[in-house]
Design a protein around this ligand. Structure first.
Ligand SMILES: C[S@@+](CC[C@H](N)C(=O)[O-])C[C@H]1O[C@@H](n2cnc3c(N)ncnc32)[C@H](O)[C@@H]1O
Length: 193
């Protein structure tokens, strides 16, 4: 039987972050499948520079770190100090990570174009607002990854239309190749050619 739960891929720290996430009552955590996918994609970018928009409590962050080699660097951005504090506490001793407490929309606007090998967009900012600015940060051969493309319990009315519009937009982009994954929370993965 193929176990595609992602449980084999996530790092040991996952359960502690999960415990702290529940304690905090943070209700938008990434799941293990997201973690497994991100870990594999991060591993494909040795010496990579990676960006996560929406640290949350650090579940996906931990998986990105687990996939990265020792020369790779991860910048992770969140606007909420309280949730990001969990990630800072549990993952902050890793010298490859830097935390930004900032509005992701502003952050991406100020970054150098084509300076990241992977952008994981897990906040409204950079996915539904400022998408072109987020895409501009991706290097040739680099990934733009959007999750939660399948209906989620916490979606507001009409969110499905936003998700479908995002996928259609990415699929039509010149200079990119895009695929979707109807698995886990649902993903769109675009690669700059
Ligand atoms: C879906 S959660 C991220 C989950 C996280 N990746 C994980 O592994 O559990 C979305 C996060 O985006 C953050 N966020 C919302 N608006 C933001 C903004 N404008 N800029 C940066 N972060 C934002 C929220 O505080 C929240 O932590």
């Amino acid at each position: 039987m193929l176990d595609d739960s992602g449980a084999q891929a996530v790092p040991h720290i996952w359960s502690e972050i999960e415990r702290r996430t529940a304690e905090l009552g943070f209700d938008k955590p990434s799941d293990m499948r997201t973690g497994a996918l991100l870990k594999a994609l991060a591993a494909s970018k040795p010496h990579g520079r990676l960006l996560e928009l929406g640290t949350g409590t650090g579940l996906a962050t931990a998986c990105l770190l687990a996939g990265m080699d020792s020369a790779s660097l991860l910048v992770t951005v969140d606007i909420d100090a309280q949730v990001q504090a969990v990630a800072r506490e549990l993952l902050g001793s890793d010298s490859r990570i830097s935390f930004e407490l900032a509005d992701g929309r502003e952050f991406i606007r100020t970054q150098q174009h084509q300076s990241f090998d992977l952008v994981f967009a897990d906040a409204w900012a950079g996915k539904y607002d400022g998408l072109d600015d987020a895409l501009a940060l991706v290097r040739h051969g680099g990934f733009f990854i959007g999750d939660d493309m399948l209906p989620q319990a916490n979606w507001q009315e009409h969110h499905q239309e936003h998700a479908e519009k995002l996928v259609t937009y990415l699929e039509g982009l010149q200079g990119w190749t895009t695929m979707t994954l109807s698995w886990g929370s649902g993903f769109v993965v675009s690669v700059r050619l």
